[in-house]
Write a protein of this length. Structure first.
Length: 246
């Protein structure tokens, strides 16, 4: 079954106000995610979940349906899975959705992700029959082995209480470690609705059988700060051969 893509773009943000519609690479930020979803071969339908009229206008201009997100799902404490469940329920309210349809969850504040990433994730779910697929990137120099605790008086100790830096001082010698990069998340409908037996807790919507696709370090830009916005804009303008604006 081809997937349903749900793009999430709420209006509020403490780090970067209005980041989903902020200009990035000459376009509103959310337009890049919508375009990626529309370009994916494995995606049949795209909807935007938002409480922002400006983001809704962008989506409609690109031929994408809009789900009006209620205020209780658009605040700082709102959970991603709650917003995604609401969007899927609204889609189903206006027409039947096959229970086997994969649900692709995409963040509107991620203007840069590798080409074909969405398709890779959907295909992996289809081939393995897993509950969810999430994209990851190498953690690089932010490796858990190099994580420390700094005390009130400046004393430094290993986070896990073991040897400081695990005795490793070269990045090349660190064992592989990855963190979610925000590029894509695909879940089964059953998993999203927290219907997988034994799956519970804040991440219960990811089910029990979880898989990952790995992206090169730095190939996904998730805008959470002004710095991220500047980096994404510079990267896209360089890619498109556009002049930079101050």
């Amino acid at each position: 079954m081809n997937a349903l893509a749900v793009v999430l773009a709420r209006a509020g943000s403490k780090g970067v106000p209005g980041k989903n519609v902020a200009p990035v690479g000459g376009r509103p930020c959310v337009a890049w995610t919508i375009e990626a979803a529309l370009s994916a071969r494995e995606v049949e339908r795209v909807v935007l979940s938002t409480d922002d009229p400006r983001a809704a206008e962008v989506a409609r201009g690109m031929g994408v349906g809009v789900v009006d997100r209620p205020a209780d799902l658009a605040g700082d404490l709102a959970r991603v899975d709650d917003a995604a469940r609401h969007a899927v329920a609204e889609v189903e309210r206006h027409g039947r959705l096959d229970a086997r349809t994969p649900i692709v969850v995409l963040y509107g504040n991620v203007p840069i992700r590798p080409e074909g990433l969405i398709d890779r994730a959907v295909v992996l779910m289809r081939e393995t029959g897993c509950d969810s697929v999430q994209s990851y990137a190498p953690v690089g120099k932010h490796h858990p082995w190099w994580t420390v605790v700094v005390g009130d008086r400046g004393e430094v100790g290993a986070w896990d209480g073991g040897e400081l830096f695990h005795g490793c001082y070269r990045r090349q010698d660190l064992p592989p470690a990855h963190g979610p990069d925000g590029g894509v998340m695909v879940v089964s409908r059953e998993s999203l609705m927290v219907g997988v037996p034994g799956a519970s807790g804040p991440h219960g919507f990811l089910g029990r059988s979880r898989r990952g696709v790995v992206n090169p370090e730095g190939s996904v830009v998730d805008i959470d700060s002004r710095y991220d916005l500047l980096v994404a804009d510079a990267m896209l303008r360089d890619r498109l051969g556009l002049s930079r604006v101050g």
